[in-house]
Ligand binder design. Structure first.
Ligand SMILES: Cc1cc2nc3c(=O)[nH]c(=O)nc-3n(C[C@H](O)[C@H](O)[C@H](O)COP(=O)(O)OP(=O)(O)OC[C@H]3O[C@@H](n4cnc5c(N)ncnc54)[C@H](O)[C@@H]3O)c2cc1C
Length: 396
């Protein structure tokens, strides 16, 4: 019996699990266990909604696993012994594995600037987002600083501004928010932020977070009643501590089939990995993470059948960003994530973004029922790209 242990039941851990469940239906030579600290699935794509006070659906992981034969273990993985092939849970007991799927994701990098850990809020978990929501709910006026102009920072600033019109929202960023988009999509993004009253300051460097605001490198202090930190991510130190080869950011380095280069019985998926493609190392997104997880599931089943795992190839298709509940901008991209010609904005973009955000959970349900879904290619074919382009009109 091959013991497959999956650590982390976020987007990719769940995708790998359901991919395996669908594919192993007629086999009895593998047993799957998944470990996660919470029973509730964290819809990370929607944590900015939680932070602004909205309630999300209560998606329970054990309910999703019902009838699959998968064991769910609630707990934190506190250590991995890659030689003994065990994962330690809550420093209390160990799980032995033949194959490990490492899907621990990433969290906001709160270690680089003093005061962040002590004074800033994060979107690292539903609990963290709820802490910010509770705090914002108590404020009647004042300023909220959102630090970081990446997609998470933009979405958070927009969402908070929309849900809390009495608060001033200031988005502070090193780079121009939307710098990875094309000119037209970026201009539309800024118009959307302006409409919501978000004050954007780009080209600034935050050097300290304090109880009453942030200090910039030019000596300016931006006073605020709340600071949300979204700049950059860091990964769990568990992989490095276990002796798996990692990159300078602690992400597991994999071969072309998503196996650790030092420990091939460890598949690494999602934000916690550094996967090289022709255009460079992939950055962490759900968009790329879920295909990586499905491919890992497929490869594990191939190995059970005595076959070689296949090479993982992935190309990006979009940069979706919500601007509150009534606006969004979707920049369609080339495979290397550089902006393409088309973008979508306004109502159609809202519908598109909502479909993207809710699709993972729907996908898991379908995977349980329709194993063939897991075989879906991770790179849109030329025909699919043309089809996508065909339904997109340039927004005014
Ligand atoms: C506000 C926001 C909006 C986003 N929007 C988009 C978007 O529109 N499109 C997109 O593609 N990406 C988006 N992302 C990025 C996306 O959420 C991540 O790339 C994705 O969640 C990565 O999936 P993952 O499975 O690797 O990690 P996660 O989904 O973070 O899952 C990791 C899981 O591991 C668990 N875990 C961590 N440590 C341990 C441990 N020691 N033991 C046991 N379990 C552990 C965690 O509790 C969690 O359940 C967004 C992110 C944020 C924060």
């Amino acid at each position: 019996m091959n013991k497959v242990v999956i650590i982390g039941a976020g987007y990719t851990g769940m995708a790998a699990t359901m991919g395996l469940v669908g594919r192993l239906k007629r086999r009895d030579d593998a047993h799957i266990t998944i470990v996660n600290p919470q029973t509730r699935f964290t819809e990370r794509l929607r944590l900015h909604q939680t932070a602004s006070g909205q309630r999300l659906a209560d998606l329970q992981i054990p309910d999703q696993l019902e009838g699959t034969g998968v064991d769910f273990v609630q707990g934190w993985v506190t250590a991995i012994d890659a030689d003994a092939q065990t994962a330690r849970i809550d420093d209390a007991h160990t799980l032995r594995y033949d194959t490990l799927i490492y899907a621990l994701g990433s969290v906001a990098d709160t270690e680089t600037v003093p005061g962040v850990d002590e004074f800033a809020y994060t979107l690292n978990s539903a609990q963290d987002a709820t802490l910010l929501a509770d705090h914002l709910g108590r404020l009647t006026d004042g300023t909220v600083v959102v630090a970081g102009g990446g997609l998470t920072g933009i979405e958070s600033a927009a969402e908070i501004a929309e849900q809390h019109p009495d608060l001033d929202v200031v988005l502070l960023s090193r780079q121009t928010p939307g710098s990875m988009m094309g000119d037209k999509a970026r201009a539309r993004l800024h118009a959307g932020l302006e409409r919501l009253g978000v004050a954007v300051h780009a080209g600034v460097e935050i050097v300290k977070v304090m109880s009453d605001g942030v200090a910039l490198d030019d000596g300016t202090v931006v006073h605020a009643q709340a600071v949300l930190w979204t700049t950059g991510v860091r990964v769990s130190p568990l992989a490095a501590a276990a002796g798996l080869e990692v990159d300078h950011r602690g992400r597991i380095i994999t071969d072309e089939s998503l196996r650790s280069v030092t420990h091939p019985n460890v598949y690494a998926v999602g934000d916690a990995t550094a996967v090289r493609q022709g255009y460079g190392v992939m950055h962490g997104t759900c968009q790329s993470g879920i295909p990586s997880a499905l491919q890992a599931a497929s490869s594990i089943v191939r190995e059970l059948k005595g076959k070689q795992p296949k090479r993982f190839r992935f190309g990006y298709i979009h940069q979706p960003v919500s601007l509150g509940r009534n606006d969004a901008v979707i920049q369609f991209t080339h495979a290397d994530d550089s902006p393409g010609r088309f973008y979508l904005a306004g109502r159609m973009a809202v519908a598109y973004k909502e479909t993207v955000s809710s699709s993972p959970w729907t996908t898991y349900r379908l995977l349980k029922a329709l194993p063939a879904l897991g075989a879906a290619t991770s790179i849109p074919s030329t025909a699919e790209r043309t089809e996508i382009a065909g339904v997109i009109r340039l927004s005014p």
